[in-house]
Design a protein around this ligand. Structure first.
Ligand code: CTP
Length: 403
């Protein structure tokens, strides 16, 4: 199983009565989408913010909101849920819930359930900034952390109450990534992984450049997955709109030359180098300092080659596992094999550019893997997150073989 999947995992989502409860709906949707088997427990106050039917429709299970509501199983239902759970997320966790958890108070379904849980627990506090910073809440969070629970720090920002500061529930996607990180094997612990992502931009004049449609999604997914599996990740990225993955060092660059400098600087520290970036092969020979004005004639641009970063990394590599990508519109296999050989790669991931569900900008990808030893693997269409974990599985196997 690829770690990114929550297939077959029993996950309990606890929802307390905070304004951020609306985000739990999206959180639940994302968890179900990853294949998780979700059960929801709501506090009585949570029902003032979101109706149980919304959660029931998404989880396709009855929501538990008082000790006797899961009447088929009677009062032992919550104990069984606790025993079967692989992970528990409480989002949003209110000050009242934190106080009860810190003290072991069991006076409703969620707090009672919490005492019976033995699997990893992720608590996501969300409340007004002053409440969050108050001594009792901070004291309770200390106790909760000492008890071994994981606490996702709230984000700073403008809150529903009008104040600005920490207290906001992180975006559901962030919480999902955190959970996947908790549940992933730490098979890359201690490894340094260098990932490149995104396009590069080569300036023509101050307002124009040569670039390509890469959004950086594949590279960011790999960086995130590697971090979730315990690696120290350095991400060198061209311009993208994507939120940075948590706990990943990012160097942002614009041009192929800047990317080359960052990569060649860092490569000797890396155990694994994965180059997903769509690097510009050409740049204008000269960059106009002033905006070019149009006239009636054609404009000739003379372009010069940029350095092939991957080829240079392949030439210099000393023991690192080196993975390249190939974006092709035609003759995918022959071009990919040529790049594998000429750039001294251990693995090349070849994408066909053209279909909307694969390659640039899409959330899914379809690729063929070509290995140094001649092996070939056709991958089905899958999310870039899943493909990221699958590639890491293959890289782990390559490292194992090299031992
Ligand atoms: N690459 C690189 N530096 C470049 C060009 C490409 O490091 N100047 C890397 C990419 O990050 C990718 C691999 O080389 O991992 C293949 O990139 P691709 O654009 O598919 O191929 P090119 O080698 O540029 O060849 P062509 O454009 O002719 O297909």
């Amino acid at each position: 199983m690829v770690p990114h999947d929550l297939e077959g995992k029993n996950i309990v989502l606890g929802v307390c009565g905070g304004i951020a409860a609306y985000k739990s709906v999206e959180l639940l949707r994302l968890l179900v989408k990853l294949g998780g088997d979700l059960r929801v427990i709501m506090t009585a106050n949570a029902r003032n913010f979101v109706g149980p039917m919304t959660f029931e429709a998404l989880s396709r299970k009855k929501v538990c909101y008082d000790l006797f509501s899961d009447n088929e199983e009677g009062t032992i239902g919550h104990i069984q849920w606790a025993q079967e759970a692989d992970a528990v997320i409480v989002a949003p966790a209110t000050a009242n819930f934190l106080a009860k958890l810190a003290c072991g108070i069991a006076d409703d379904a969620l707090s009672t359930f919490m005492l019976a849980v033995t699997c990893p627990v992720i608590i996501c506090p969300s409340m007004n900034t002053d409440m969050f910073n108050s001594r009792p809440v901070q004291r309770n969070l200390d106790v909760i952390k000492k008890d071994g629970h994981l606490v996702v720090e709230p984000q700073a920002g403008e809150l529903a109450c009008g104040t600005t500061g920490p207290g906001r529930l992180p975006e559901p996607r962030f919480i999902v990534d955190y959970l996947v990180g908790v549940m992933s094997p730490k098979d890359f612990r201690g490894k340094n992984i260098l990932v490149t992502a995104g396009p590069t931009r080569e300036a023509i004049d101050p307002v124009r450049y040569i670039s390509n449609p890469s959004t950086g999604k594949m590279g960011f997914a790999i960086a995130r997955a590697a971090e979730q599996r315990g690696a120290n990740v350095m991400l060198v990225t061209g311009p993208t709109e994507l939120p940075p993955p948590a706990n990943v060092r990012i160097t942002r660059v614009e041009t192929a030359a800047q990317m080359a400098e960052a990569v060649l600087d860092f490569m000797e520290h890396a155990d694994i180098i994965i180059k997903t970036a769509a690097v510009s092969d050409y740049r204008p020979c000269s960059v106009s300092e002033r905006k070019l004005k149009k006239n009636e004639r054609n404009l000739d641009l003379t372009l010069e080659r940029t350095d092939d970063i991957l080829r240079e990394v392949g030439r210099r590599k000393a023991g690192q596992v080196l993975v390249g990508f190939a974006a092709e519109t035609h003759d995918l296999e022959s071009y990919a094999l040529q790049k594998l050989k000429e750039k001294n790669l251990d693995l090349i991931v070849a994408n066909r550019i053209g279909p909307a569900d694969s390659g640039f900008a899409s959330d899914t990808n379809k690729a063929v893997l070509f290995f140094r030893d001649g092996k070939k693997e056709n991958l089905e269409l899958m999310s870039k997150d899943k493909m990221a974990h699958l590639l890491l599985d293959r890289i782990a196997a390559l490292q194992q073989e090299a031992k």
